[in-house]
Design a protein around this ligand. Sequence first.
Ligand code: ATP
Length: 461
Amino acid sequence: MTEVTMEKIISLCKRRGFIFQGSEIYGGLAGIYDFGPRGVELLNNLKREWWKANVYDQENAYGLDTGMFKHPRTWEASGHIGGFSDPLAECRNCNTRIRVDKALAEIGVNADEKMFEEDINTLFDQNRDKIKCPTCGKKDFSPVRKFNLLVKSNLGDFTGENIEPVYLPGEACQGIYLDYKNIVDSMNPKIPFSVVQIGKAFRNEISPRNFLFRTRELEQADTQTFVRPHENKEMYEAIKQNRWNWYLSLGIREKNLRWKQHERLVFYAADAWDIEYNFPALGFDEMEGVHDRTDYDLTQHQKFSGVDLRYIDQETGEKYIPWILETSVGMGRMFMAFMSDAYREDNLGGEMRVYLALHPALAPVKAAVFPLLKNKPELVEKAREVYLMLKKTTPQIMWDDNGNIGKRYRRQDEIGTPVCITIDFDTLGENPDLKDTVTVRDRDTGEQKRVTISELPMMLG
Ligand code: ATP
């Protein structure tokens, strides 16, 4: 059985152009990563599949792409200015900062970032003797201070004083609430309906770590489903089930997923569950949140904006603030889950290899086309013909004539290419029975079969 470690995933991501440390030539910037040529394809494939499931496969769902910057009142209404903070303590010996809720959780003490400063200080004081500084090992920390995670900008400020800063988004979903009225007025949706977007968020995380798990710049894929007040339960269960099934349908193994219900609900929430993934080095931890949020978000924005956000029910004639069921997943955590789940090592034909058993819909490259030998012009010419023909219908296709066939297979295996297509002398008619056929080699089994060129477009779907 393959042991999947964080080191192996990080190394593969760098070696094969999936993920790079942001600003690496300057020594890196903490909590920022870049998606390389293979990574951006996998990321876009994940987004496409997510969008398909949450917009195209639904009957009453509306996509959106809102501006990143929002009126500063947004973050007051949402509670982010007052309450979007993490509890931080600093080591008095070496100044390392720790996130206290996470440090307490590691020793089995139930705490979270939503606790009041005083309460988390009490819990921390009771457990100080068990919490070591991760850098110097001392147990001498400052009191706990709540630290706001919003990142400020100076957009539109020409005074230099920036009294009312425009924040970068702390979460992507606020854009959906701000445009809710525009969607209702322009699209005339019938309740229940959902509004869906993938957007960037920024968080001044105290200790960004564990690769893409906790970054300072992130992307969130959110759905907000608007339902009649108190008609939340059944729909909430259906949404939970949908999200779970989506992961399985794209190849995540069920043993690596589990549900976790929030023990400490924020005051307005009716229910909250996380889908946890069994991440390398971390174990089970939050990948996606599925939240039953009642009418809190729209009520707050109605209060702060003074705009009537009530929905007029076409069936009953009633006016009310809809309740919201939310799903929110970080694309980075999702990316890491799919990479880790697909990572395999095996022995193929006496040689150890690494391959990514990605679902074909997610694979960054759908097929690679090779001439058997690169110094035989007639093979190269035929292979180019096949490659260019396939590229018209399957753009995510790759040409490779570098090194011997074995090396080319290994390279494609490592990026999860489902099939490799080789043009050889039989393709050219050396064996007349095999003219215009190619070998197609399967990534997972290494098995090869001969297929006619005309069958290839259909095979790649
Ligand atoms: P955590 O408790 O791990 O800080 P959270 O509960 O604050 O996460 P939400 O605000 O519910 O997270 O955000 C929704 C999703 O966004 C999370 O489930 C996660 O996938 C992702 N996410 C949140 N913060 C980060 C981060 N700093 N880096 C990467 N992804 C993140």
